[in-house]
Design a protein around this ligand. Structure first.
Ligand SMILES: Cc1ncc(COP(=O)(O)O)c(C=O)c1O
Length: 409
């Protein structure tokens, strides 16, 4: 039996270094310098080009007709909800397994987030659970392609259509992901992306709203730019905030986009390798493969951990042993969103109209998300950019832990 690194043995990933993220490239430096030297540092300047170029390139990349670059992924959801005319007191259905922005963007508009449970296998919204939460106040759904794994449009779109709701795709994790051959983002009414530092396409900060609807796109353009029409600096047609992306980030994102396809191809190759490694290990399973997902994206890479198969070894102890083997992993989102202090303390009540009906979030229990938050293990997408031997080292590390469970208790 090979000795665990935790007990002084050689680490399974010894000699390997998993890549850091984000990555500075020569093209990134060149583009940023160019933006600097033009002295057109704001997209409202007539000779500013980088944000325009990035909008065009990225919306095209995601198979969307229109793209509006914004300052971050949270702002992108707020703009999307404004485009769709969400009003204070409206109810918007969201998943409880996501980053808080998916739900807090709803309360920023004075609307009420209603949590519907997720499918514990895919971690995405469960369409039946969504249907159960629809009331006369429901105006739409913000679904998330969590960890770049597209939501089930075949199940979700009929529910949305039946109840005449909008669908926003929070695609913060899903750059390059495809459903039945079409990139995600504009399959629903509006899609939103984040380019924050941890995302698979990063400008440090940044976001984009995409849509195929010209009227919605025009509204998005207005509300992301303090109600201005393009080129009319002191004429405002809406009361709105400033959520513009800077020219430096536009320049950086153009450079990073050049590399996205190659990086996604590496991640997908390594995803396959890792699946092959894990195939014969009980108790640790990647998300199911689904032919309708013609390409997945990556942000976190999630695995389901079953302590029973590891002789009752707790997830914390498993992660500690894995980390000693040189494999970086975490628990991912640690609690259902309704348990976050901001929801459990009912801060929402103060942000919505007094007559709005707000769930008692702290009393909620949705079994799918409760299961996922207690069994999930996540690795960051850059782990899938590892050099030759990286996925084999992860498999080796997990096998070592499995073989040594009796001495880990
Ligand atoms: C699912 C999801 N939605 C929205 C956001 C918000 O993006 P940003 O951090 O760019 O505001 C994030 C960011 O982590 C996210 O993970």
């Amino acid at each position: 039996m090979v000795e665990l690194a935790l007990h002084g043995g050689p680490a399974a990933a010894e000699g390997l270094s998993f890549p850091s993220w984000p990555q500075c490239t020569e093209q990134s430096k060149e583009n940023i310098l160019d933006a600097l030297e033009t002295e057109a540092w704001c997209r409202n300047y007539s000779d500013a080009e980088w944000v325009d170029t990035f909008e065009e390139r990225f919306s095209d990349y995601q198979d969307a007709e229109y793209g509006i670059a914004v300052s971050n992924g949270t702002a992108a959801i707020e703009v999307a909800l404004r485009m769709l005319d969400v009003h204070p007191g409206d109810e918007v259905i969201v998943p409880p397994y996501t980053f808080i922005a998916t739900a807090s963007a709803v309360t920023e508009l004075g609307a009420v987030p209603i949590f519907a449970d997720i499918d514990p296998d895919t971690y995405n919204l469960d369409a039946d659970a969504v249907a159960e939460q629809v009331t006369e106040n429901t105006v739409g759904v913000v679904g998330v392609h969590i960890a770049g794994y597209p939501m089930d449009f075949d199940e979700l779109l009929p529910v949305v259509e039946e109840h005449d709701l909008f669908l926003v795709e929070d695609a913060a994790h899903a750059q390059g992901a495809e459903w039945r051959g079409e990139r995600v983002g504009a399959i629903g009414d509006v899609g939103t992306f984040s380019f924050q530092a941890s995302k698979a396409l990063s400008g440090g900060e940044g976001g984009m709203v995409v849509t195929n609807d010209d009227v919605l796109a025009e509204q998005g353009r207005l509300v992301h730019n303090i109600g201005r029409m393009d080129g009319k600096v002191y004429r405002h047609y809406e009361l709105a905030s400033n959520m513009r992306l800077s020219e430096f980030q536009g320049a950086l994102l153009c450079a990073q986009l050049d590399d996205l396809d190659d990086q996604l191809a590496t991640r997908r190759r390594n995803d396959e390798r890792l699946r092959a490694e894990l195939a014969d290990i009980d108790g640790i399973s990647p998300k199911p493969q689904d032919d309708r997902i013609t390409a997945r994206g990556y942000c976190l890479y999630d695995l389901k951990y079953d302590p029973e198969a590891f002789d009752g070894l707790s997830r914390d102890d498993f992660l500690e042993a894995l980390s000693a083997e040189g494999v970086p992993a975490s628990k991912g989102y640690v609690m259902p969103m309704y348990k976050q202090p901001a929801f459990a303390r009912n801060v929402v009540q103060a942000r919505v109209p007094a007559n709005a009906s707000v769930p008692t979030y702290r009393n909620m229990f949705l079994p799918g998300v409760e299961e996922v938050t207690s069994t999930n293990i996540s690795m960051s997408h850059q782990v899938l950019l590892a050099e030759e031997g990286g996925m084999e080292a992860i498999g080796h590390a997990i096998r070592k832990v499995a073989e040594n469970v009796d001495i880990l208790h």
